[in-house]
Design a protein around this ligand. Structure first.
Ligand code: ATP
Length: 455
């Protein structure tokens, strides 16, 4: 249940920006939509891919103790018996006797139906896994589940990865992929969906070192969000109470974010002990232990699991970067996204549609688009075009004017303080590259000048 402390951004504004500018649409909208399913539009898919890229870089590329995996969504049904999902992955539900809507019992206040105020039934358990069938016959023998988490794909491949990579403990396996849950309480945009994406790590360690690695991962994962621009005051850690912990878990922290709906879970980091590997050993009959060369003993590794949601991260990055400024032309909406996450890195804007500007503008555009996602926009006034880019978080706009035809120099305008520098086209790409990597805007390349907006 979320705590009702209002954040500074309201959800309606985000939803409307996402729809208007092509970040996120309701799924199958022309047929009236499907509850808690969403589609990512042209800008949304770029943002989402950038979130996943940043996670993969921090979790796999920048570490020498991690490898990646991409397991299938449908798995042998025994997987979910072993993991405990068939028996336990259920929420207690209550149903309204009047309007027959179902609610999660722990999400209902004062024992009344949140929709109509009607009387509610006693709670009943409801399994959250979607079912489907493999092959031509639809019966119990062909029943499979759409995975409700990506983690089990990692556990069942533990020996495959170990044998093929000759890894030593500690090491981890990272995976990004779709998960499905037939959630009961939905309605908070992409916060809780029935089809969503997860970014999960299973980090295998020697028993006895688990507490130290647990601390390491809680810190790493918390810092990942703040390094990508989320304000510290909007992030917090919440340790699970003893009665909240799963029976096998030794410890668990939620990384919470102050969403527009209040403080809620963004990611969970859990010490799952040796529960999963032991369960899969038992149910599959395969030995999933690790042979320790030093002690010449077989041990069952402990597991630390940082489990994040791609879509919740996207929502947090959108909410945290959303900003409004009043100016003489009205309201300037800005997404102050970290440069690594911005869907479009650079916009190329000829000052006007005058034909003389076209060849040079296209030359600049072609030169830049091979490096990044770049937009070309020559419609309406330059002021309006800057605003359109601010609203989608584009860090830099490059303007080509009539002077550019004479001196082969162009203006770079940055999003956050709207300062401008004038740089030779020859060094434009290198300059943008340096700025996108974090070089301060006021540092100038050879032949460039400060132009506008500097004090
Ligand atoms: P909640 O209590 O909010 O239902 P959970 O504790 O069930 O979440 P986990 O099973 O720990 O969530 O999943 C790990 C992460 O996956 C969550 O922190 C969240 O970011 C994401 N996630 C889980 N369920 C959903 C969902 N229905 N829609 C979007 N993201 C989700």
């Amino acid at each position: 249940m979320t705590e009702q402390i209002p954040s500074k951004v309201d959800m309606d504004k985000l939803v409307s920006l996402c729809k208007r500018r092509g970040f996120i649409f309701p799924s199958s909208e022309i047929y009236g939509g499907l509850g808690a399913f969403y589609d990512y539009g042209p800008l949304g898919v770029e943002l989402k891919n950038n979130v996943k890229k940043a996670w993969w870089k921090a979790s796999v590329q920048d570490r020498d103790d991690m490898v990646g995996l991409d397991a299938s969504i449908l798995m042998h049904p025994q997987t979910w018996v072993a993991s405990g999902h068939v028996e336990g992955f259920a929420d207690p539900l209550v149903e309204c006797k009047q309007c027959h809507q179902r609610w999660r019992a722990d999400h209902v206040k004062d024992g009344k139906c949140p929709a109509c105020g009607g009387e509610l039934t006693e709670p009943r358990m409801f399994n959250l896994m979607f079912k489907t069938f493999v092959g031509p016959v639809e019966d119990e023998t062909s029943l499979v589940y759409l995975r409700p988490e990506t983690a089990q794909g990692i556990f069942v491949n533990f020996q495959n990865v170990l044998n093929s990579t000759r890894r030593k403990l500690p090491f981890g396996i990272a995976q990004i992929g779709k998960s499905f849950r037939n959630e009961i309480t939905t309605g908070n945009f992409i916060f809780r969906m029935r089809e969503f994406e997860q970014m999960e790590i299973e980090y295998f360690v020697k028993p006895g070192t688990d507490e130290q690695w647990f601390k390491h991962w809680v810190e790493q994962r918390f810092n990942w969000y703040s390094n990508l621009g989320i304000k510290r005051e909007n992030l917090r850690l919440r340790q699970h109470e003893k009665d909240e912990l799963a029976h096998y878990a030794r410890d668990c922290f939620d990384i919470e974010y102050l969403f527009p709906i209040g403080w809620s879970e963004l990611e969970g980091v859990a010490n799952r002990t040796d529960f999963d590997l032991k369960q899969h050993s038992k149910y599959s009959g395969k030995d999933l232990s690790y042979f320790d060369e030093d002690t010449k003993e077989h041990i069952m590794p402990y597991v630390i699991e940082p489990s994040a949601g791609v879509d919740r991260s996207v929502l947090a990055f959108l909410a945290d970067s959303y900003d409004e400024e009043k100016d003489k032309e009205g309201l300037r909406v800005i997404l102050r996204l970290h440069y690594a996450l911005a869907p479009i890195k650079v916009a190329v804007l000829p000052l006007s549609r005058n034909e003389k500007l076209l060849p040079l503008s296209k030359e600049v555009y072609d030169n830049l688009r091979s490096c990044w996602m770049v937009q070309y926009d020559d419609a309406q006034s330059i002021g309006r075009r800057y605003r359109r880019q601010d609203e989608i978080g584009t860090p830099f706009c490059v303007t080509i004017d009539f002077q550019s035809l004479e001196d082969r120099q162009v203006t770079i305008r940055e999003r956050d303080k709207m300062r401008q520098i004038r740089v030779p086209i020859d060094v434009l790409r290198a300059t943008l590259e340096a700025k996108l990597c974090g070089e301060p805007f006021e540092i100038l390349p050879p032949g460039a000048r400060k132009w506008l907006g500097f004090e």
